[in-house]
Design a protein. Structure first.
Length: 279
């Protein structure tokens, strides 16, 4: 009798197999269609959000952050929808995710702190996309190109991309170089001790006044910064618009050499005098 019973179960299973396989195939096909349509709907929602925020003149960093958040939420909703189509109870999924969330939360504490850091950055706005910042803990610096859910991307002057955790940026000190419209520019140069400080000052002030990008409504100064071992160290100080900073710095550094050479003022370099004692 048991053998016959097993044979009957097997026969019944084989009879129902084509129908079950067909139903499963239909569900898989429908899930694929729902997934494809869902992706297009998600793209449509994201595009609508971006355009709405752009019309509202929202900060670029806010737009990028909310776009990443919306994308993550909508994909979770899509997965819920597809799982429900396979007969999985939504309450069971929620309970499972709740249990797994506790374990995952403990495992990804760093990522959660990065998410919280991203929220704080968007709320407090210590910097925004386009700002040039210097992160003090590790010495990273560059122009902010993107603020995501967990990370912020910086582009260095030599076009390298630095990816920094938002948690680190929110919990460390930093310098926002481009927050103000103008920046102070300091160039240091040494002159020989037998050179005239007054003459050097006049030559360098004239150079600053002749430059097109130095701001003439702010003080142009040349002063003695240090009496060093081998030279008198001068500080050439002026103010420029933030977008002109680097070009002006490089140009004035070069023109400083030309101006001092033309005036016959020597820029010394460290020297070592060796005295030989004759026996």
């Amino acid at each position: 009798m048991p053998a016959i019973g097993r044979g009957g179960i097997m026969e019944e299973f084989l009879q129902e197999l084509p129908e079950k396989a067909l139903n499963l195939g239909i569900r898989i096909l429908l899930s694929a269609v729902v997934f494809f349509i869902g992706i297009q709907v998600i793209k449509l929602f994201r595009r609508f959000l971006k355009k709405s925020l752009q019309r509202a003149k929202a900060d670029v960093g806010v737009i990028q952050f909310l776009d990443s958040l919306l994308k993550a939420v909508l994909y979770v909703v899509l997965i819920f929808t597809i799982a429900s189509g396979f007969g999985v109870d939504a309450a069971s999924i929620v309970a499972l995710l709740g249990s797994a969330g506790v374990a995952v939360g403990l495992a990804i504490q760093g990522s959660l702190s990065n998410f919280a850091g991203g929220v704080l950055i968007l709320l407090l706005k210590p910097f925004k996309v386009g700002d040039y910042i210097k992160e003090d803990s590790n010495g990273n610096e560059g122009t902010v190109v993107e603020i995501q859910l967990f990370y912020t991307k910086l582009a260095t002057p030599d076009n390298r991309i630095i990816v920094l955790p938002n948690g680190t940026l929110a919990n460390t000190s930093m310098t926002n170089v481009t927050e103000a419209a103008v920046r102070r520019l300091d160039i240091y140069v040494g002159i020989a001790y037998d050179s005239s400080i007054k003459q050097a000052r006049e030559v360098l002030i004239a150079m600053l006044q002749a430059d097109e990008t130095t701001l003439k409504d702010k003080e142009l100064r040349v002063f003695v910064d240090e009496l060093a071992e081998s030279c008198i160290r001068l500080d050439i100080r002026c103010w420029v618009n933030k977008e002109d900073y680097w070009e002006t710095k490089w140009r004035l550094t070069e023109e400083t050499k030309y101006a001092l050479d033309a005036a016959g003022i020597v820029i010394p370099f460290p020297q070592l005098d060796v005295h030989q004692k004759l026996s």
